[in-house]
Design a binder for this molecule. Structure first.
Ligand SMILES: [Zn+2]
Length: 427
């Protein structure tokens, strides 16, 4: 494949402009906010349905609000290569998170349709509606429903206005009673591949527009409670205090140190509550959160165990009591080695060095890990910023993304994947 010249960015320009057009589906003027099953989500879905049909796809909105477009292969009814991402956003979001993966996959099909190109497999492009989990206290509803792991009890969860997920789905025109029916069987999906902005600074730092994702990091979230004794800040000498905040500060530095002790491991304290929280009172109670992620589940568990032990030692030395609670745990999702390799080959054919990197953020692709092989392509974003209106990509990078994705599809071969799938251990 030829590298694009400065004058030949048609694919990238078209994708870039369409991302701007699509970002108009927002509940706030001048900002992008599009939450699951909102009127703006409906308008975005309708526009997407139109674009999919113009691109020669059969398209519909399924029972959980996913927009699904199918471009048949050489033989109608063939198993599919599924691609896509999410079209819900956080509040005051960027235009590229999620949306780029959907519109890039759609743009590939447009090119194939225009040229009359078909493949031994079908291509399905899916726009999931609930990746960010902003409206309801649940996430990945759309991708989990297709993967057959949708939790029916979440239908009674409510948003802050008291509207249940079930009612919101009905209002969107969906039949929540049919969600179980949209689950795919293994033989229907050859692979799921998601293109997404990196949402981190690694590619930019390496000077590369795209990269092949190796795994979506697993995560542990913990909450730590530190109990000391609240007392007068003026009357208690330093050696007679049980200062919960000073103890917590030492613990937080230990978390940071352990996070930095090995590559690809990250550990963050993101929230601290101090009680009573007064200028003249020694803090008696501190609660802080801890988030630990790694592409390796064993490395993550080891780090959590180490941090747990260190926090215990600090508490003992300072005479405070602690309680540590695990609030969330998700295993890492390993991308299929064959897909990492195939994506790398497409990047190399675009004339670029191949960089492999893990994903520190969660993605819809995780939901597919037990159904089919999963692959992800990351696209450089400016300063690694996302979940922010300052989120930015370049036309040149959009163009390279399109070329890599089209090349990947053209070379996609399900045969080695199928063989592997038979003896793939469940993670
Ligand atoms: Zn996203």
């Amino acid at each position: 494949m030829m590298r694009p010249t400065a004058n030949d960015l048609t694919l990238g320009q078209r994708l870039y402009e369409r991302l701007d057009i699509f970002a108009r589906h927002s509940e706030d003027e001048g900002k992008l906010t599009r939450v699951f099953l909102s009127p703006q989500h409906r308008a975005a879905a309708d526009e997407l349905l139109g674009w999919m049909r113009e691109a020669g796809m059969a398209a519909h909105v399924d029972a959980v609000g996913n927009v699904v477009g199918r471009y048949e292969g050489l033989v109608p009814g063939a198993p599919c290569l599924m691609m896509g991402s999410h079209i819900d956003t956080v509040r005051d979001a960027g235009k590229y998170d999620g949306n780029m993966g959907v519109l890039a996959a759609l743009a590939c099909v447009e090119e194939f349709n225009r040229a009359g190109e078909r493949f031994p497999f079908a291509i399905e492009v899916v726009a999931f509606g609930d990746e960010e989990g902003v409206r309801f206290p649940v996430t990945l509803s759309g991708s989990r429903a297709i993967a057959g792991t949708f939790d029916q009890t979440t239908l009674s969860l409510r948003d802050k206005e008291g509207v249940s997920l079930r009612k919101a789905l009905t209002g969107f025109g969906c039949d929540p009673g049919k969600i179980a029916e949209i689950a795919r069987r293994k033989e229907q999906i050859l692979a799921f591949v998601e293109l997404h902005i990196e949402q981190g600074p690694v590619l930019e730092d390496a000077g590369l527009p795209v990269g092949a994702v190796t795994a979506i990091n697993g995560a542990s979230r913990l909450s730590v409670e530190v109990r000391g004794t609240a007392n007068h800040a003026g009357t208690v000498p330093m050696h007679l205090r049980r200062d919960a905040l000073a103890a917590a500060a030492e613990m937080m530095l230990a978390v940071e140190r352990r996070g930095g002790a090995e590559p690809e491991l990250v550990a963050t304290v993101g929230r601290v509550d101090v009680m009573p929280g007064a200028v003249n009172v020694i803090p008696g109670l501190v609660r802080f959160t801890m988030d630990v992620r790694s592409p390796s589940d064993s490395a993550r568990r080891r780090a959590v165990a180490d941090i747990d032990r260190t926090i215990g030692q600090i508490a003992e030395a300072r005479g405070v009591d602690i309680a540590i609670t695990l609030t969330h745990e998700a295993a890492a999702c390993r991308c299929a080695p064959e897909l990492i390799e195939a994506i790398g080959q497409s990047i190399a054919r675009a004339g670029l060095p191949v960089r492999e990197l893990p994903s520190g953020a969660g993605h819809d692709a995780m939901a597919f890990s037990r159904l089919c092989p999963v692959g992800m392509i990351f696209v450089r974003c400016e300063k690694g910023i996302s979940h922010n209106p300052a989120e930015a990509i370049t036309v040149e990078d959009a163009d390279i993304s399109m070329r890599v994705l089209m090349d990947f599809i053209r070379h996609f071969d399900a045969a080695p994947l199928k063989r592997l799938d038979e003896d793939r251990p469940v993670a």
